[in-house]
Design a protein around this ligand. Structure first.
Ligand code: 13P
Length: 333
């Protein structure tokens, strides 16, 4: 695929006022989400849940793309329309998770490496045929006493680009742990430097790629929790040091932040202004949590669940423009 096609897709993914819905939970992860609402983790429930999300009226207003899981990319809406066609009809780009999860990293206790390079070329070619426009690959970096010691930024991005998929490069520095925000800043800066060195060595076209980083934030168990402004300033500072301006855009993961905090952080970064790339969202939990809770597996709850998703998408859309305020939360979706 011509690199300017990739660039056009990448730009559309982070267009002002819009961002990405991460709905690519693996079967195991969606099972944990369903446990919280006592819904059985069977294919029909997974399909019905994603159907509820994707048929939300006006989903394309603030959602530019949806990351799907392999199973979901092949599923259909209740009326028989494929999810891919449904999303396209609503102006939403279908994307696909292409990593195969994580496993223990040899010789590095407590660290993980992402699997999925085997057959990636073949899988990408099939995903393109099925209608995917972009692909996500997640690496996990955990902060602990003696970790991270190393990072594995696998050579997936050039394979995706060769197949015609925009790679979302996702190095997630986990929020778990009692580290302070300073340590998170150091580790995130180091990680992003390693990412961009690896992407350069792998000849990835930065213009046809999107970065999905974690924010610089205090560890969940750290007694000192940094405020919104500090998170925004530290995050933007290290992004400016490490992420080339040629990258099409940045779309953050939420990583376990509460819905409103994730929105406030994104908004504060955009309020700082003077950013060399669009700064948007690619949230999973922070977009879906309220909707999942409202849904509870009941058809009767679909309107309320869709209203909850539409509301969060709108709040985050405003945050990409630096136009969010907590007051807007009170107004029902
Ligand atoms: P969260 O926003 O819930 O962290 O999910 C984003 C994602 O895609 C994780 O890989």
């Amino acid at each position: 695929m011509a690199s300017n096609d990739l660039n056009a897709i990448a730009k559309a993914m982070v267009a002002p006022g819009r961002g990405i819905l991460a709905a690519d939970e693996s079967t195991g992860t969606i099972g944990r989400r369903f446990d919280s609402i006592s819904v059985e983790n069977v294919e029909e429930n997974r399909r019905a849940y994603r159907d509820m999300l994707f048929t939300t009226k006006g989903i394309g207003d603030h959602i530019s793309g949806v990351i799907l899981y392999d199973e979901t990319l092949r599923q259909k809406s209740a009326d028989g329309t494929s999810f891919v066609d449904l999303l396209n009809k609503n102006g939403v780009l279908p994307g696909i998770k292409v990593d195969a999860g994580t496993k223990a990293l040899p010789f590095c206790p407590n660290e993980l490496v992402t699997e999925g390079l085997d057959n990636l070329q073949k899988r990408c070619a099939e995903y393109v045929k099925l209608g995917a426009k972009f692909a996500k690959w997640r690496a996990v970096i955990d902060i602990g006493a003696d970790i991270p010691s190393a990072t594995c930024i696998a050579a997936n991005a050039p394979i995706c680009q060769e197949a015609g998929l925009v790679p979302i490069v996702e190095p997630e520095v986990l929020m778990d742990g009692d580290h302070n925000i300073e340590r998170c800043e150091v580790v995130t800066e180091w990680t992003l430097n390693a990412v961009y060195e690896a992407l350069y060595m792998n000849r990835v076209s930065l213009e046809g790629s999107v970065l999905k980083p974690s924010m610089v934030i205090s560890g969940k168990k750290c007694p000192q929790q940094a405020g919104v402004q500090e998170v925004a300033e530290r995050t933007v500072r290290i992004l400016k040091r490490t992420v080339p301006a040629a990258v099409a855009g940045i779309a953050f993961l939420s990583g376990g932040q509460s819905d409103e905090v994730a929105t406030a952080h994104l908004d504060a970064m955009n309020k700082l202004g003077n950013l060399p790339w669009p700064v948007s969202f690619s949230y999973g939990r922070a977009l879906q949590a309220a909707s999942l809770k409202a849904w509870r597996g009941q058809a009767a709850n679909v309107p309320a669940a869709q209203a909850a998703l539409a509301h969060r998408a709108r709040m985050n859309g405003l945050a990409t423009l630096g136009k969010y305020s907590a007051d807007l939360e009170k107004k029902a979706a």
